[in-house]
Design a protein around this ligand. Structure first.
Ligand SMILES: [Ca+2]
Ligand SMILES: [Ca+2]
Length: 176
């Protein structure tokens, strides 16, 4: 009996709390400035019948690329290009994709991780890609090293290629 009463009290408290504070709140793109959409258009090469990964989705990474205390966002697109957004505060973002590379090589991006791979205190960006193709250049992952000025330099040296969805392998040996 005591247990049942306790459960009712806890349930009431949770209900009241849930009514007062919504768990999530929608921020419309008109306010946020984020217009990225991972639109999939089926074609002979990309469809769920012949390629299971067609609807696995893209990815998103949140990290502070300019060390201003605000989490910035990187979206990976499948058939659309990747996009990088700088957080300007108050849930407003600025698309700074052009700062990543002038002409980023397009492929089927499947996931992204932000990590400081060179240990300089600035987050770098690692993008995983795959395509149903024998062209390995379209399946090579991309590593972008942070130049500390909102621009990045692509570094292919440590990138693998394959069928990765989300991956980051760090080396702790100085000679690798
Ligand atoms: Ca930031
Ligand atoms: Ca770094």
């Amino acid at each position: 009996m005591k247990f049942n009463v306790l459960c009712v009290i806890v349930s009431l408290c949770l209900t009241v709390n849930a009514q007062q504070l919504p768990l999530l709140e929608l921020v419309k793109s008109e306010h946020s400035g984020i217009s990225f959409q991972n639109m999939i258009r089926e074609n002979a090469q990309h469809n769920h019948i012949i390629w299971d990964y067609a609807y696995n989705g893209g990815g998103v990474a949140a990290g502070d690329i300019n060390n201003d205390g605000l989490a910035d966002l990187f979206f990976t697109g499948n058939q659309v290009g990747d996009e990088l957004y700088l957080n300007q505060g108050d849930f407003k973002f600025k698309n700074i994709t052009n700062n990543l590379l002038k002409n980023p090589p397009h492929s089927w991006s499947s996931g992204v991780t932000m990590a400081d791979v060179n240990g300089d205190g600035w987050l770098d960006i690692y993008v995983c890609r795959f395509e149903p193709t024998n062209d390995t250049t379209k399946r090579r992952n991309l590593l972008f090293i942070n130049n500390k000025d909102l621009t990045f330099t692509r570094d292919d040296g440590g990138c693998e290629w394959g069928w990765l969805v989300r991956h980051l392998r760090l080396s702790f040996r100085a000679d690798e």
